[in-house]
Design a protein around this ligand. Structure first.
Ligand code: FRU
Length: 489
């Protein structure tokens, strides 16, 4: 179904409870509803927003268009959790119902200040000629969870030299000063980020553009995030407009990071190369926060803009990734599923075998929603790995290609096709003799942590509900395999 502009800009407040209920019923019939991921009750979810810890709970908001699986007028939807694992749907946090956010409460971030949670977000507006005018706005949540929007933007214009693609403030604090990075596009249509500072979250000063050595690297940088781990600075952003390059940049848009410290005085960052955070098909616009115990935790949107998904016909689209702990080890960024996810583990099965040029299944290894760890050692096989969500017609394949030293995820037979114009397999180099694959499989997704988070592959898959087989294989040679699986519930 083609959505008209009028339909995309219809607000949830304008439809009847019966219409909403009918949509929710349609969504609940979808065979691809997730069991342990944050997903919208109806409509479309995109970026994680305002990820924070405040008043004893984690808060995670997301971009939401309630009325269908399209990018219409965006709300902030609020979820919260005490343990990063079981999330409660709180409801709408920010409604785009003022002149300063009339066409969408776009992405932003949260920080605690004066015992309240400050939500800084982009108010997307369009004038009568459909020209975009972005504002950076504030909403404040008190300890009772009541959210009050400020009447006026805290940044009310785009500085000269930049286009109206100017959004997604991410705030942090250094000593007594708040800083915000904002994703921007220069007037020559190249992407960059700019820096603002504030003593009080209200008065913001434009410090200037962040100098990097990526002068021409895509046409727009969305959703920047800057943080440090043990003194090591990390800049994360989602550039649009990179062309595929070898195994890299095959999704429509990318998300990645550079290691390097941002000197807020000189606004300069000396940094490493840009590295994609995730090697899978569906990962975008991640946002991080610092947990009370000092861990840096990141969540991404498990989806991409401008790609149709099989759930569209069921009235909903997308979900968030599981929270990942980010660390820097030997100069490399590592991502691990947060340990709290172990709380979800149910029934456990284990198996161990030497696979000799064969593909086999182990007792109790099946399911459509599970956690699985498989370790492969002593391999002389050309390739070895796992097939999951298997039936006679379908399978999703994860393998290590020993000759090329590559991890490969193949979703060409995963079920209902998605984004096939961008290819059906993803791969990356990993030079290792032992391979540990740690998978979280949900009804319509998989997140794969390779060798304790050296690489991650995040993807939606849309198999039939009967496709529940799991097989382990070694081709042209052998490999020892040790596997453990838990139900998740
Ligand atoms: C990224 C993005 C952001 C914007 C939001 C709108 O996916 O385009 O730049 O704030 O989504 O929903």
């Amino acid at each position: 179904m083609e959505w008209t502009t009028k339909q995309r800009y219809t607000r949830i407040e304008e439809v009847t409870p019966q219409e909403l209920q009918a949509l929710e019923n349609q969504v609940n019939e979808s065979p691809w509803r997730q069991t342990f991921h944050i997903q919208p009750v109806t409509g479309l979810l995109n970026d994680p927003n305002g990820f924070s810890f405040y008043n004893g709970e984690y808060h995670l908001f997301y971009q939401w268009f309630p009325l269908g699986p399209v990018h219409g007028i965006k709300y902030w939807y609020h979820t919260k959790s005490k343990n990063l694992t079981s999330w409660e749907n709180v409801g709408i946090a920010i409604r785009p119902n003022d002149e300063i956010d009339s066409h969408g409460a776009y992405s932003g971030s949260a920080i605690e200040y004066n015992n309240e949670l400050y939500l800084m977000y982009t108010g997307n507006t369009r004038d009568e000629n459909w020209v975009r005018h972005p504002y950076q706005n504030m909403a404040v949540m008190d300890a009772d969870g009541a959210i009050t929007k400020w009447a006026n933007p805290v940044i009310n214009h785009v500085p000269s030299g930049y286009t109206d693609h100017f959004r997604d403030p991410k705030v942090w604090k250094e000593q007594d000063t708040f800083y915000a990075v904002i994703g921007a596009q220069r007037t020559d249509e190249t992407g960059c980020i700019v820096l603002y500072s504030s003593p009080n979250m209200k008065d913001w000063t434009f410090e200037g553009e962040v100098n990097t050595n990526m002068e021409t690297f895509g046409y727009m940088w969305e959703c920047p995030d800057y943080f440090t781990i043990n003194g090591q600075g990390i800049l994360v952003f989602s550039p649009q407009g990179l062309a595929p390059d070898g195994d890299k940049y095959h999704n429509i848009y990318q998300s990645g990071y550079c290691l390097g410290n941002l000197d807020v005085k000189t606004k300069t960052m000396t940094h490493s190369e840009f590295i994609e955070l995730d090697r899978g098909f569906d990962f975008y616009a991640p946002q991080s926060m610092e947990a009370p115990d000092g861990r840096r935790i990141m969540v991404g949107w498990m989806g991409l803009p401008e790609v149709d998904y099989p759930t569209d016909k069921h009235g909903w689209a997308h979900c968030l990734t599981l929270p990942r702990e980010i660390s820097i080890e030997k100069g490399k960024l590592m991502q691990r599923p947060v340990r709290e996810l172990e709380l979800k583990r149910g029934t456990k099965v284990e198996a161990e075998d030497v696979l000799k040029n064969e593909s086999k299944s182990f007792d109790g290894f099946y399911g459509s929603s599970f956690e699985l760890i498989a370790e492969f050692i002593n391999a002389d096989a050309d390739s070895f790995g796992i097939e999951f969500r298997v039936s006679e017609q379908e399978k999703t394949v994860l393998l290590y290609d020993a000759a090329q030293k590559k991890v490969v995820l193949d979703r060409s037979n995963s079920g209902a096709p998605v984004g096939t114009a961008f290819g059906t397999s993803r791969q990356c180099i990993l030079d290792a003799t032992k391979l540990k694959f740690h998978l979280f499989v949900d009804t319509s997704s998989v997140e794969i942590f390779v060798n304790d988070g050296e690489e991650v592959f995040t993807s939606r898959i849309f198999p039939d509900k009967e496709s529940i087989g799991i097989r382990f294989f070694a081709h042209s040679g052998q490999a020892s395999c040790k596997a453990v699986k838990w139900t998740i519930g």
